[in-house]
Design a protein around this ligand. Structure first.
Ligand SMILES: CCc1ccsc1-c1ccc(O)c(O)c1
Ligand SMILES: [Mn+2]
Ligand SMILES: [Mn+2]
Ligand SMILES: [Mn+2]
Length: 256
């Protein structure tokens, strides 16, 4: 679906709320805190904002966030397990504001950050921004994937292939699949008014993932650490509008 110029404001409001929730949960991420408690706080924040969670009730999922710790690649289910010092975690939130979907995620660290985890987080974030730099009318989705993959592999890390970004707007998921790897110039052409997410997952080791017995949680096959960042973006006449930028202007302190 191609959206109209007037639709950008709706996406901006939904995206900004999701980003603000990710700002506001940051002080609560600490060793000893459980991911279930973080999710309960996020649920309350969505309600207090008069918005709706897109994930509660989606495909039977019952939480307002996905929280993926260490070698969990994505779709981590919030629970009673407590965070320990040095854990890295992705918190992924999707909210609906006046019918518009804002979908974003970023990385946090419980306690002290090691140099290795800091580099993984930095490379993952920067790969998302490289992908966004490739967003402009006339480029293709393959240009986005190529930008991400070439940057990550130059850092001797790997791009997860089993999960991708997606169209969104007045729905949570729509075509096209937005691949985080690929050949420049391949795939559909980007057009002004396209809205989609870019949500690269980067592993310190091999790209392969597997799903745990809960039929939900995705982990790295080799148990290496994995990180993810996600923005919702719109294609503008001269590039991209990021709908999910942190309203406080600061990216998470982890990333600096
Ligand atoms: C919990 C939401 C969910 C359920 C099955 S896939 C999925 C999901 C999680 C994070 C996302 O960014 C996304 O686009 C979808
Ligand atoms: Mn998401
Ligand atoms: Mn998404
Ligand atoms: Mn992880």
């Amino acid at each position: 679906r191609i959206y109209e110029p007037g639709d950008f404001a709706g996406m901006h409001a939904a995206g900004t709320l999701a980003a603000r929730i990710l700002d506001d949960i940051a002080p609560h991420v600490a060793p000893g805190q459980s991911t279930g408690e973080l999710d309960r706080m996020i649920t309350q924040m969505v309600e207090d904002a008069g918005a709706t969670s897109a994930t509660i009730g989606y495909k039977g999922y019952q939480h307002a966030s996905c929280i993926s710790v260490n070698h969990v690649v994505c779709h981590g289910i919030p629970g009673d397990k407590k965070l320990k010092d040095g854990d890295i975690l992705n918190i992924d939130v999707t909210v609906i504001v006046d019918g518009w979907f804002g979908d974003t995620s970023r990385m946090y660290v419980a306690g002290k950050l090691s140099r290795k985890t800091e580099r993984l987080i930095q490379v993952t974030h920067d790969s998302l921004m490289k992908g966004i730099e490739a967003v402009k009318p006339g480029n293709t989705f393959g240009d986005i994937g190529h930008a991400i993959q070439s940057y990550v592999e130059a850092q001797r890390m790997s791009v997860v292939r089993d999960f991708c970004g997606h169209g969104l707007g007045q729905v949570f998921h729509a075509p096209p699949n937005v691949l985080h790897y690929g050949r420049a110039g391949s795939g559909p052409v980007l057009e002004e008014g396209m809205f989609f997410t870019i949500e690269p997952m980067v592993n310190l080791g091999r790209p392969e993932t597997k799903i745990l017995a809960d039929d939900w949680t995705a982990v790295t096959r080799d148990k290496s650490l994995s990180a993810q960042f996600e923005h919702s973006v719109g294609v503008t006449a001269d590039g991209a509008e990021i709908f999910t930028l942190s309203p406080s202007g600061k990216f998470h302190p982890t990333y600096g």
